[in-house]
Design a protein around this ligand. Structure first.
Ligand code: HEC
Ligand code: HEC
Length: 466
């Protein structure tokens, strides 16, 4: 049965590819496989483990050498950095957000906004100045003098944090067609205690840390397949467009398809990892060799050599490329099956695309040529004014976000002990996350609002099975 299903998805993806190649028009919506009864969300990288460690397991199809490399990467992912000079893991800061990868991506899972009396841990804020008229479409965000492109809320001894952020929530109530009242909280952010004045017109974008499993598979999806789903001017008239982001690739020195981050602003995992060291921890690598605090009065003692070596960068990249995807659960449960039909009916699957076939990712055979069920198209969608951060990022507008993958989403509670969703963690459960959908997903939200309680419960049961 499993092999039959993989074969079916393979045929579907190949036929999609052909459609994409031999015609100018985008892939017809009818050809998108909407259902996947497979438990193998990550193809051969799938693990059958629904415990609190579900996101932290190496792909089971790694060779012995690859498994060892993964374990080396794991050690580095957990490494706690300290101020230089030190024998072990020096180079932190001078300004930073956190001291290790795992502190934000707790159990390789997702972060959340702070509770009432907590400081920021796994939520960070990107900053920029509005683009000038002549800076052009598709350019990187303009850094804020003295702050750069991210607010670093912590600093080593003898340096000052760039600032802090105060979060207030405004409660809103929404009533569904059957009279159920749902409370939604809308976040307001105030940057406070800045070490020097922040310009009035600064753009602030909140981002929680996403889970880091299954990412090598997403990196291995051929670019032309992702582009085949794009429908920027909505030729098929379903109000859902889908637009690729094109971002700067520092290794190859050219613009290329963005895949990672909430606005698809990073092209590859190696660059995403190097950017994390640099922007989030103040640690230089060969990709980003100038301290994130360059140009600030408090930068002292900058060393020329990268603080993290290419070997470490390589093993950490390999680690996030080769974390297994947890298997789906309860796929034959009638309620889950009903929910899956509603997921298709509410057009969720137009953006959260269930099935892809990966191509070849050089050096990572375990994620190559796999049939996967990530429930994303890796494209940008306008999600309406309420989700907007009003901070453009390359081709992403202030209201566009990349469709996040939904695989493993039903295990977030078990792994991370919370159910905060969306880019800023404002949703407190899956239904709130759905009810924040607007813009291109307006019709989807309306369909869910019109559903009976039984139907909404089934839709959630389906998401919980992923
Ligand atoms: C301060 C918290 C923080 C730290 C520390 C941190 N990250 Fe992240 N990470 C984030 C956030 C927030 C995002 C989303 C960024 C965005 O959307 O622009 C992210 C995104 C990612 C992604 C892309 C995930 C996706 O689905 O697109 C990867 C991979 C990643 N981080 C790996 C790492 C590694 C490796 C380290 C350590 C070197 C690290 N992170 C350190 C917060 C953090
Ligand atoms: C137009 C494309 C589109 C459609 C249609 C759509 N989504 Fe989404 N979805 C997104 C984007 C983009 C986000 C991220 C928004 C954000 O974080 O601000 C998202 C976020 C989510 C999240 C939270 C994921 C996370 O990692 O935090 C869930 C759950 C979700 N969608 C489920 C659904 C369901 C169920 C439907 C159908 C009722 C649906 N979506 C329809 C694009 C879409």
């Amino acid at each position: 049965m499993k092999h039959f299903q993989s074969l079916l998805s393979l045929i579907l993806s190949v036929s999609m590819l052909l459609t994409a190649c031999d015609s100018e028009s985008p892939v017809a919506v009818e050809s998108i496989p909407v259902f996947s009864t497979s438990e193998f969300s990550g193809g051969e990288t799938t693990v059958f483990d629904a415990s609190s460690h579900a996101f932290s397991i190496p792909a089971p199809n790694l060779s012995t050498a690859a498994f060892e490399k993964h374990l080396e990467g794991d050690v580095e992912f957990e490494a706690v950095f300290v101020t230089a000079p030190a024998v072990v893991n020096p180079g932190l800061g001078p300004i930073y957000n956190n001291v290790s990868c795992i502190n934000c991506h707790s159990r390789d899972g997702r972060g959340r906004p702070p509770g009432a009396n907590e400081g920021l841990v796994s939520l960070l804020f990107r900053l920029s100045l509005p683009k000038s008229e002549d800076s052009g479409v598709g350019t990187p965000p303009t850094p804020v003098p003295g702050f750069g492109r991210q607010l670093n809320n912590r600093a080593i001894v003898n340096a000052d944090p760039e600032g802090k952020v105060k979060i207030d929530y405004t409660e809103q109530t929404l009533t569904t067609a059957d009279g159920t009242r749902v409370h939604l909280r809308y976040p307001n952010y105030t940057v406070t205690e800045t070490y020097q004045p922040l310009p009035e017109n600064v753009e602030v974008s909140p981002r929680v840390a996403p889970a880091v499993f299954g990412l090598g598979l997403l990196e291995a999806i051929p670019e032309e397949i992702i582009i085949a789903y794009a429908d920027e001017v909505d030729i098929d008239g379903d109000d859902i467009s889908g637009k690729p982001n094109y971002v700067w690739d520092v290794v190859n020195q050219r613009y290329t398809l963005g895949r990672f981050g909430w606005k698809a602003n990073q092209p590859t995992l190696i660059q995403q990892v190097a950017a994390a060291y640099h922007d989030d921890m103040g640690i230089t690598t060969s990709l980003f060799s100038i301290e994130n605090s360059a140009g600030q009065p408090q930068l002292t003692g900058h060393s020329e050599a990268p603080e993290v070596s290419d070997e470490i960068l390589d093993v950490v990249t390999f680690y996030v490329q080769t974390l297994a995807v947890p298997a789906r659960r309860n796929v034959d449960d009638p309620q889950v099956k009903h929910g899956e039909q509603l997921f298709a009916k509410a057009q969720c699957a137009s953006c959260h695309i269930p099935t892809f076939r990966t191509g070849v990712l050089n050096g990572v055979p375990s994620v190559s040529n796999q049939t996967i069920h990530p429930y994303t198209d890796l494209l940008l969608h306008d999600m309406g004014p309420e989700l907007a951060d009003n901070r453009p990022d390359f081709h992403a507008s202030g209201s566009e976000w990349r469709t996040p993958p939904l695989w493993g989403i039903g295990l977030v509670r078990r792994v991370n002990g919370h159910t905060n969703f969306l880019h800023d963690g404002r949703a407190r459960d899956l239904m709130e996350a759905i009810l924040w959908h607007g813009g291109e997903a307006e019709r989807s939200r309306q369909i869910v609002e019109q559903m009976s309680k039984t139907e909404r419960d089934a839709l959630i049961a389906f998401l919980e099975s992923l």
